[in-house]
Design a protein around this ligand. Structure first.
Ligand code: SAM
Length: 226
């Protein structure tokens, strides 16, 4: 079986080196979740597959993919979201972009049948400078990575460029518990989520709303129209 990354791999490895995650995170452990790399990064990938399962399900539900949709996932990590898009939706095409080569390899392995059948395209690169033509996608999704982008503003501008007018964007985030335990996984406050909502509006997205499910209250999606 031959699995290969997109031809942008070499160029994207360069952008991987250029990404300075120390700007947004402090500890080495946090940096592994923001940009998994090396052997530990691979382990983190398998952990994220379990930990973010509900967020990925919620995001794909809200994306509401139809048969004519070309879907892009940003920051796909170990590829569980891509798997859901490929197996539970009628998407015409599924593409993904992530700066971590380890995650790209894991995602390709997890979705090897679709990759071999050319139903899946995976690019190693960052949301702030995507190698896709204008208006290629009608659905864009990002799960648990909006706050680790080097520049949310540049990322949102790029998303608008690659999206068709009327397309749907879903950004899924983890909410903080109101009264967290010391061992609770981290999350975002309501104030931060409101700031994110305003950021989307200021970048030209419309009908920007919060969406969740009662039994998955810690997973929160920002759903917007391009
Ligand atoms: C916490 S993981 C989430 C992975 C996956 N979405 C999930 O739910 O399991 C964050 C992912 O975002 C990716 N990432 C970090 N910075 C990025 C950027 N600027 N553009 C695109 N993806 C990025 C990381 O490489 C990592 O795979």
């Amino acid at each position: 079986m031959h699995l290969s990354l997109d031809s942008n791999t070499a160029q994207s490895r360069m952008s991987l080196r250029q990404l300075d995650m120390t700007a947004v995170t402090s500890s080495p452990a946090q940096r592994q979740f923001c940009l998994p790399h090396g052997f530990v990064g691979r382990l983190v990938g398998w952990y994220m597959s379990r930990e973010n399962r509900h967020m990925n399900q919620l995001a794909v539900e809200w994306l509401d993919v139809q048969e004519a949709d070309d879907v892009l996932e940003i920051g796909f990590g170990p590829g569980h979201g891509l798997e859901l898009l490929l197996t539970t939706t009628p998407a015409r095409t599924v593409s993904g972009i992530d700066p971590s080569t380890e995650m790209a390899e894991q995602a390709l392995y997890r979705n090897r049948v679709a990759a071999e059948a050319s139903r899946l395209w995976v690019v190693v690169g960052a949301v702030e400078a995507m190698p896709f033509p204008d208006e290629q996608f009608s659905r864009v999704v990002a799960v648990s990575n909006f706050h680790v982008w080097r520049s949310r503003s540049a990322g949102l501008q790029e998303i608008r460029r690659v999206m068709r007018t009327g397309g749907k964007l879903v950004i899924c985030l983890r909410r903080a518990l109101d009264n967290p335990w010391p061992w609770s996984s981290p999350g975002l406050s309501l104030d931060t989520l409101r700031e994110d909502q305003e950021l989307l509006v200021s970048h030209g997205f419309q009908d920007v709303q919060f969406a969740t499910r009662k039994h998955r209250r810690r997973s929160c999606c920002l759903v917007a129209t391009c």
